[in-house]
Design a protein around this ligand. Structure first.
Ligand SMILES: C[S@@+](CC[C@H](N)C(=O)[O-])C[C@H]1O[C@@H](n2cnc3c(N)ncnc32)[C@H](O)[C@@H]1O
Length: 227
């Protein structure tokens, strides 16, 4: 069957804002005040920058954090142009739920990466270079771990084993819960890995939690993992 979603040959450098994270993960941030939050595959998003300005303790982790701010700035701009042109006419996206227009989406993505770049330049120690499925943190270091737009959505590029090992590793470093968003692929279809993960990760509680946020169709839920 012909693909209808975004066609990507690699994981792109795009970042979301704090508000988009709040909506995607249905976060009640007061619950996490005084706790340690980890944003895995945080990329050029501004969740860490904005949350820390509000007094939250957030560590960002991504495989790009050994790259200079100048090089990242150039790569963000190229990826943003490409994505906005690509999603404009795809019917797997809903514009009525949050973004309104491709121009507003571009504005938010631009604000996210510019805010990220400033924070990355000033607080480099809070941006940790990682390479999933391994994490360089101690057991139970974090109360809440978030993963936005890496797992499930890139199912055609990342294997089932990668997903399973990444989730086990995330739960090794997380003493509270992890939330993964979205649970669908870029074709807006539920990831085929979900059912098997439920069977293989019997030591964990894996639940789909519904939200009211939906841009990529059927992405109005996240996976909540706890013990
Ligand atoms: C589409 S971005 C998502 C950024 C952010 N979480 C958001 O939702 O706006 C995906 C990120 O995953 C990162 N990534 C891809 N493979 C990774 C790996 N094996 N380990 C760590 N980060 C990885 C990329 O560098 C990129 O920044």
């Amino acid at each position: 069957m012909k693909k209808q979603g975004l066609q990507l040959d690699r994981v792109v450098l795009l970042g979301r804002t704090y508000d988009e994270y709040i909506r995607s993960f249905a976060l009640q941030m007061e619950q996490w005040r005084g706790k340690k939050v980890l944003d895995v595959a945080s990329g050029v998003g501004s969740f860490r920058a904005e949350a820390s300005a509000l007094g939250y303790d957030v560590t960002a982790a991504d495989r790009i954090y050994d790259i200079s701010p100048e090089e990242l700035a150039a790569r963000c701009a190229t990826d943003l142009d490409h994505i906005i042109d690509s999603v404009r006419d795809l019917n797997v996206y809903r514009w009525d739920n949050f973004y309104g227009t491709p121009e507003r989406l571009r504005g938010l993505r631009e604000r996210a990466y510019k805010t990220f770049l400033q924070d990355y330049g000033r607080h480099g120690d809070r941006y940790v270079k990682i390479n999933l499925p391994r994490l360089p943190f101690r057991d139970g270091d974090f109360d809440l771990t978030l993963v936005s737009y890496l797992l499930f959505v890139y199912e055609d590029q990342l294997s089932y084993e990668f997903h399973k090992e990444s989730i086990r590793e995330i739960m090794r470093v997380t003493r509270g819960e992890a939330r993964i968003y979205p649970t669908v692929t870029f074709e807006a279809e539920p990831s085929k890995y979900l059912a098997k993960l439920g069977e293989d990760l019997l030591e964990l509680s894996v639940k789909v939690i519904n939200t009211d946020f939906e841009f990529l169709r059927n992405s109005n839920n996240f996976l909540k993992i706890s013990r």
